[in-house]
Design a protein around this ligand. Structure first.
Ligand code: GCU
Length: 835
């Protein structure tokens, strides 16, 4: 503590690595008011060290000490009520301290928080509810909020889960924050310290279960040794009120059990699952349940035996039912399609597979539905399956890990996107039917229901790969509790907890974050055409052509004349007919379809005029320029916070925003070039394919470098790059500068591929003005690429370079490994010019 005060008095901020996320309990000054409101003791109404109540007491003790330097003793069970925090369940309180009339009815896991000066009572309907209340109190303390309050809050729904897509070998599918905190080399890791830290973060946002392994599940999690390990994981989560769940592989009876079938109706299969479930519960008596992906993307399922999906789900439901477990059965079920028939629409799959099974699922089955009909795209309509299941419990599946949305190397604050779905009114039977009222069980009167998010934290101290991405995890928990919560309010609590109370910090990060999803949509896929990432490879950089001409069904049907999927009933795939009448009518009709979903529902010419008055193609061009221009400001906005944020996190974020500013331009140009080339329609503002400040590498004088045709073509300017003649030849590219003398930002676009660390130097008249190393695969979180493409394309900028007309620019590239020091172009950007 002393060293912290010492640093603070020098005006320095100690470097932080992000490990504590929003629970850092940073030191704050304690005013007179604060002094008068700090409790002297903490009474825990359950003194068992592994109980959530005890954990709550310790957290409060740590928080008070860390934030305000104040020491509060933890005492056990004596019911002091003045100058103390009392934390326990309502039941424990009544026993220890007598009746309390003022507490309103609480749902399971709800809590009542009463703060009156130094008298603080935190009472949960369950122990974990009390722990949530303790974190709420701490959140107030950490934000310098000493208000007198007395209120109760209850969760919107009982299921508030996170899913980790961790593999047994320690890799994480679509994970961008390093390897698994749970698994390594086929087994559970010995040291579960990170699991405990994760538990703490999750409990503070009121998550009550975590599925620890990938939905593409490996049956070896069920071996005796691994079940023991699972028991250890559950023991770490339990004091935080978090239950463990696991993903199952449908074929386990055959793969692991040695049976010759995995038919869900076969008695030997049924008894195999019932035995294994008994063993699971021996090690994890409070196991939350099973998560099942079946008959999708190559995963085995009941359809192998002509059994229905509900027969498959009920097999597990019956196995876990005696233990109070539930089955989260994923609605993400689809088959690869024959691309020669465009009306065979993948978007139809969920309703096609599940609608007729409504009412066929056991009571402890919850159908887990991705927010949109395809797959976590930058914009999708709400999944119509929410409007087709009335006698089946549902949960919404969101994605915190930014698989299609910048993989944590781009800032994208997701709640504004999620809210387009959560708050969407499906108008079932002409009545208000908000998606959030459907999955929380209110609309169709279901007891079960809630939310699951694919999170995929890893061992990186930032958890997700970037400090700013943690706002998405924080807000996810808040929305799972209360889906009506406001995107800005949640964000601002997170900012204060994560970066402190400075007003400029607050307003700057708020602005950047709130602009980030619209910007990303601007420079990626517009008007409901999907994100346009490379869906056949890393799901990261641009590759619009990858959507079409394959069986994955993420089609755009783009050709020389037009673009968009016709999903009408009258003329297309019939998807719009999966919505209740009021909506079906809106989407069926091109005039009433909102612009931002136009291409999801209709196939139109590029010259089709939007409600906005622009043509589709001009909208693409403009949105890409505006989106990338906004992304340039994130770096500048963040840079204005220098000195207000510790160097560790400041520099980490700055580097990512710098990268994003460059990659947003790569996105912008790739998408614009692609559709410009396809449609042949010029940009009315004459920006596309017109870059007056660029010098193409292939047009420079090359020595040891040779031209290279990049694929996809639109991810290179020109559209050609240069690479060294061999992997040992040093390449030089030279040119005379014809721009007017002045000060420029020098941007160099190059490719940084996996499997080598090339080095580059830039000289002006033999004076070095910059150098860098191709090590981005070790720096950024996104999946690297082994090709020159839209994933490996990257820009570096050297600011404030003084140039005289006629100077000689020389770039020297030294290849390394398989990386041939590739270069695309350089730009000399006068102040204010984005390029
Ligand atoms: C996406 C993702 C896969 C994942 C799948 C799922 O398709 O790319 O990695 O397995 O979703 O949700 O099951």
């Amino acid at each position: 503590m002393r060293s912290l005060f010492f640093l603070a008095s020098l005006g320095l901020v100690a470097a932080e690595n992000g490990l504590d996320g929003w629970l850092r309990y940073a030191s704050l000054p304690c005013s007179h008011e604060c002094q008068s409101k700090l409790p002297a003791s903490i009474v825990v109404l359950n003194a068992t060290k592994t109980s959530p109540i005890y954990v709550a007491g310790s957290e409060i003790q740590d928080g008070l000490k860390s934030i305000y330097g104040s020491h509060a003793q933890i005492s056990k069970s004596q019911c002091k009520t003045s100058s103390s925090v009392v934390v326990g369940t309502v039941e424990q309180y009544r026993k220890a301290c007598g009746s309390l009339s003022e507490i309103p009815e609480l749902a399971e896991d709800g809590f009542w928080l009463s703060i009156d000066g130094r008298k603080i009572r935190i009472l949960g309907s369950t122990e974990r509810g009390a722990l949530y209340g303790a974190f709420e109190y701490l959140s107030m303390l950490a934000q310098g909020n000493f208000s007198t309050v007395s209120y109760a809050t209850s969760p919107s729904a009982p299921i508030r889960w996170v899913n980790q897509w961790d593999n047994m070998d320690g890799r994480i599918e679509r994970g961008y924050g390093g390897p698994s905190i749970f698994f390594n080399n086929g087994a559970i890791v010995d040291d579960l310290t990170r699991v405990k830290q994760y538990a703490r973060l999750l409990a503070s946002i009121r998550i009550n279960a975590v599925v620890v392994n990938n939905v593409n599940a490996n049956a070896t999690l069920l071996t005796p040794d691994n079940l023991k390990g699972l028991g250890r994981i559950a023991d770490v989560f339990r004091p935080y009120g978090i239950q463990v769940g696991i993903s199952l592989n449908f074929a386990s009876p055959e793969d692991l059990g040695g049976l010759d079938t995995f038919d869900p109706l076969d008695p030997s299969v049924i008894s195999w699952w019932s035995n294994i479930t008994e063993q699971v519960y021996q090690h994890v008596p409070d196991m939350a349940g099973y998560l099942v992906k079946a008959d999708s993307e190559g995963q085995p399922g009941p359809q192998t035996y002509n059994r229905t999906l509900s027969e498959g789900a009920n097999l597990f439901a019956k196995a876990v039912q005696p233990y109070g477990g539930i089955v989260m059965f994923r609605a993400f079920v689809y088959n690869k399609l024959n691309e020669s028939n465009w009306t065979a629409d993948r978007a139809n799959a969920a309703v096609d597979f599940f609608k007729d099974l409504d009412g066929e699922f056991d009571e402890n089955v919850v159908v887990q539905i991705k927010y949109g009909p395809i797959d976590f795209q930058v914009r999708e309509p709400a999944s119509p399956l929410f409007a087709n299941l009335f006698n089946t419990s549902t949960a919404i599946e969101l994605q915190v890990t930014q698989e299609y949305l910048g993989q944590q190397s781009h800032l994208v604050y997701l709640p504004p996107l999620w809210k387009t779905i959560l708050d969407f009114d499906l108008r079932v039977d002409g009545k208000s039917s908000l998606v959030r009222d459907v999955y929380t069980g209110k609309r169709f009167n279901r007891k079960l229901g809630g939310s699951a998010a694919v999170v995929n934290v890893g061992t990186n101290t930032t958890w997700l790969g970037s400090h700013l991405a943690m706002s998405n995890l924080y807000a996810y928990g808040r929305l799972a509790w209360n889906p009506a919560d406001d995107a800005t309010t949640m964000l601002q609590d997170w900012i204060r907890l994560t970066f402190g109370l400075d007003q400029t910090v607050l307003s700057t990060i708020t602005k950047m974050s709130m602009e980030s999803w619209p910007a990303y949509e601007g420079y990626s896929g517009n008007l409901g055409i999907q994100t346009l990432t490379d869906i056949l490879y890393t799901h990261y950089g641009p590759n619009p052509a990858s959507q079409d001409n394959n069986g994955w069904g993420q089609w755009t049907r783009a050709d020389h004349n037009g673009i968009g999927m016709d999903r009408t009933v009258s003329n297309g795939t019939g998807f719009s007919g999966q919505y209740p009448d009021e909506l079906a009518t809106i989407y069926e009709n091109i005039d009433s379809t909102p612009d931002d979903l136009l291409l999801w529902f209709h196939h139109v010419n590029y010259t089709y005029q939007l409600h906005s008055g622009k043509t589709v193609i001009q909208h693409f061009y403009d949105a890409h320029y505006t989106g990338a221009a906004t992304a340039q400001t994130f770096r500048t906005q963040w840079a204005s916070l220098e000195g207000k944020i510790d160097d560790g996190r400041y520099n980490h974020v700055l580097r990512r925003l710098d990268y994003q500013s460059g990659h947003s331009i790569i996105w912008r140009d790739a998408i614009n070039n692609f559709y410009h080339n396809l449609s042949g329609i010029p940009d009315t503002a004459k920006r596309v394919n017109h870059h007056p400040w660029r010098i193409e590498a292939e047009s420079m004088k090359l020595d040891g470098y040779k031209p290279y045709t990049v694929s996809p073509f639109e991810t290179a300017s020109g559209p050609v790059a240069i690479v060294t003649a061999s992997n040992t030849t040093v390449g030089t590219a030279t040119t005379k500068i014809n721009f007017a003398s002045g000060t420029y930002d020098l941007a160099v676009n190059y490719y940084d591929i996996f499997g080598g660390q090339s080095q580059w130097q830039v000289y002006l008249n033999d004076k070095q003005v910059g150098e860098w190393v191709g090590n981005s695969e070790d720096v950024y979180s996104h999946t690297p690429s082994i090709y020159l493409d839209g994933h490996s394309a990257i820009r570096i900028k050297f600011r404030g370079v003084k140039v005289k007309k006629g100077d000689t620019l020389k770039i020297v590239g030294r290849p390394d490994g398989v990386e041939p020091a590739p270069l695309d172009y350089v730009s000399f950007l006068p102040e204010g010019v984005v390029d």
